[in-house]
Design a protein. Sequence first.
Length: 256
Amino acid sequence: MITLFAALQLKLDEASLTLDQFKAIVIRLYSAGVILRAEGGSEARLYDEARRIEPLLNEYFSLAGFRLIHNSEFSYFRLFAPGSLIPGIADDAAEPVAALRAKLSRDFVAAALALRYLYQQALAEGSGSLTDEGELMIRFDELAITLVTQIKRALPESASDREKLLRDLKRHRIIHFESNFSMTDESSLMVIRPTILTLISDDTLQAVLDQDLVPEPSAEAAEAPLMGGELEGGLQAKSLEAESFIDSEVDQEPEQ
């Protein structure tokens, strides 16, 4: 009888990949939740290798109840934990696993919603607003204004907290900015990546906007795992679907 390891090795041989290369792909997806070719360097290489064994990866992750989503148009893979809600994909019958959900602040969730709103506006205006890679260039003040006007939440007060928020959004491959980016320089731009579409659906964004919901900060919320509709003292239950989309990534953060 052929073993699981032998079957895996056979598939890797057919794709001219080594076991170490397979491990690198799996470790990145488990630890970061996403592989985005636009990041360049080793991440671009991992994406290209993952494409060569996509059916094998789907089968491998499905054994543990995970779902691997591949967006070939914008060249990224995103891994979702069991029970995650994924925009445009049929609901998973599996029960969510709390330990696999990322710990995200309400500032992060609110910022992601604001970025999704800006991206949706660009989609409505037509493809001329987006780059060939599906990215939207914005200034920092556009994010700040949208947070206040649409999400009814201000940015963190301190510059260090704002910088941390931007770094977190970047690590989750939602935005990108260069090393010389400055929040106070009006000519300095960052980009919203199309990966935002796999985190927050149109319906979820609209539900938040229609209900004019205000996330209320609390001391406990900053480090509490966002558990969909179960987080106390935060957004009302219907809007918490947005948090369940965002926090469905694996708990570790991507590398810079």
